[in-house]
Design a protein around this ligand. Sequence first.
Ligand code: CDP
Length: 784
Amino acid sequence: MIHKTSPEIGGMGHSIKRKEDLRFIQGKGNYVDDVHLPGMVYGQMVRSPYAHARLKSINTEKAKKLPGVLAVITGEDLAKANLAWMPTLSHDKQMVLATGKVLFQSQEVAFVVAEDRYTAADAAELVEVEYEELPVLVDPHKALEPGAPLLREDREQKDNHIFHWEVGDRQATEQVFQNAPVKASVKAFFPRCHPAPLETCGCVADFSRATGRLTVYMTSQAPHAHRTVFALVGGIPENNIRVISPDIGGGFGNKVPVYPGYVCSIVASLTLGVPVKWIETRSENLQSTGFARDYHMTAEIAADRDGKMQALRVKTLADHGAFNAAAQPTKFPAGLFSICTGSYDYPTAFCEVDGVYTNKAPGGIAYRCSFRVTEAAYLIERAVDVLALDLKMDPAELRRKNFIPPEKFPYKSSLGWTYDSGNYEPAMNIALEKIGYKDLRKEQEEKRKKGELMGIGISSFTEIVGAGPAHSFDILGIKMFDSCEIRIHPTGKAMARMGTKSQGQGHETTYAQIVAQELGIPAADVTIEEGDTDTAPYGLGTYASRSTPTSGAATAVAARKIRDKAKKIAAYLLECNENDLEWEPGKFYVKGSPSKSKTIQDIAFAAYTNIPPGLEAGLEAVDYYDPPNLTFPFGTYVCVVDIDKGTGEVKVRRFVAVDDCGNIINPMIVEGQIHGGLTEGLAIAFMQQIDYDESGNIQGGSFQDYLLPTAVETPHWETDKTCTPSPHHPFGAKGVGESPNVGSPAAFVNAVVDALSHLGVKHIDMPIAPWKVWNILKEKGVAA
Ligand code: CDP
């Protein structure tokens, strides 16, 4: 049971204002580029203009002669220290600086260090690199053809295939398909996109020759994991490395991988003995750091004539770029993509994925997504709409017919996941009711008679978040628990530290609320600290909506350990038996005599001043929490669009999002998370793609082509919720941060296709730019 706390305490369920915003709105945030150290110098990357080329020579002489230049590091220099390549999180390796050849446009070729940024940038222009162009592969299908140019000559395997992975029952699924009366299929491409956080990546590496310690200030979503990687790869004792992740201006998975810029800055600082700062430009960030998606997918659904789904078959080609650097810690090569059965009760299913190398930047990060869940949710929600079209059934009705029923939870999916809890129909009902679904369908019918185009799109997604558990997740062998350490000071104020790292999600507020909930100490009296490996307990960081399911859980468990000790102290102070005490947030009192009580503040003071015999002083606890399962948030999103027949422009008229992330810590923060994620989903659906031409030139490598939605393009989001607590989480919460990004692309696309379905349109690939719609309207003869 969750006790209600007063607004003064501000535990779970209170929309208290974000503590961190006080400094942010005053411009007093402390980002990596705000770090200025005495004697600091600057690094600049030299990058390849070619997507595939042999490196014939690199001449650094002119650059080195420029006054103010301190060093120019090349791949060959790094090779001498065995640092030319580094391991990736997906059991591949990746060049730090190119040796032998380059494999994608903008690849890192040399690192120039100079006394100031401008000199470093000028000197980078003076590095002379001779390239011999090689044939380029940008299409993953072509990369698999026999005779395709071999990209990774360093591998034993002499083709461009990375992995084949399959899950489910191939035979049983095929059998169902052979006999099924209805088969619907969709071929959907989820384009390469990029999180484009407001703050690009960067670091300040500071090696002190006096102490032998290396301090790295960096844009890291996982400071401890990065420290361990630096220790393992660089051979530096881990106790001599301190990673500090200060304020981060958005991460979205982009700040999980280790990038060559970090490694080169560290090498330069170790070599020169001075702090080295490296900050990416916007284009460098878009062109070379972790992209997302790039999945070519096919889904087939076998069903009865009345719409009951019988089987799902999914086949996917995953374009990983030049290195398999997917920043994903699961033991499955395609991450959690096998959540693709979604919210539906499939008796059988089969899913296979092949990974391929191409001449594109490496990555495959979990952009606001738990490792390929966005792709999976998009695919199944698109496929269900195609089935509805084929059957001429209402898409809401079809979903209702096939939802996993509430009594089947915990539910074992045919692809192996155990969904913790779910209740899908109420969420959909609220969304449909709120948007006025029945009336909208009538309006659509009338509009169609008049030749006007409007569409309604539904997405009833199921998410999977909260990595660990340790048995299925690790980063270079390190298990994916997460942690919290709480210290209560004598005056009853508290400090708590976690192994996660906020990038704008409001952890300083919500973690304080968890402590407030569990101990009754006002959230205002609880200071939260993350991101410093010298002080925070070991943890695996923040991405994939894992903070609440892991560190959030650890916070509650650590607080409960403190409460257990506090109870002993209270019993001593009240001269009674522990069993005679009752708890309400903030105090223990004697059963039946509420006036005989001790507040948590009284108890904290006693923990340092009047310690019960046999008990050690102090009031603190630490917990490393390995979740028994993932959490499975869900929701239904409904979108209404109008299409301009004169321009092909799609206007989102309304968007209702009903989310269920179990028990909520801070409703205002959750709503903010949903607004942000929906806006990112809108951008992906309509505006964004990192594309490449035949020569491997990036199209979309700057904000001129890779568009960000502003307030002008962003519609008004209408939100609501249901609450189905997670049965295994200490306070019944599920993650929420990525749900809107996972669930919304299908709602947008389904709405556009719905507007055009009577013209025979079954699918349109994202991004749905006006020109694409306009071409369809022209082809169908309905353009105005
Ligand atoms: O890992 P990350 O912080 O990105 O994701 P999350 O755990 O989904 O949390 C995002 C924000 O929403 C955090 O500030 C959470 O504490 C908050 N949240 C909440 O208030 N209630 C929930 N049930 C889930 C998240």
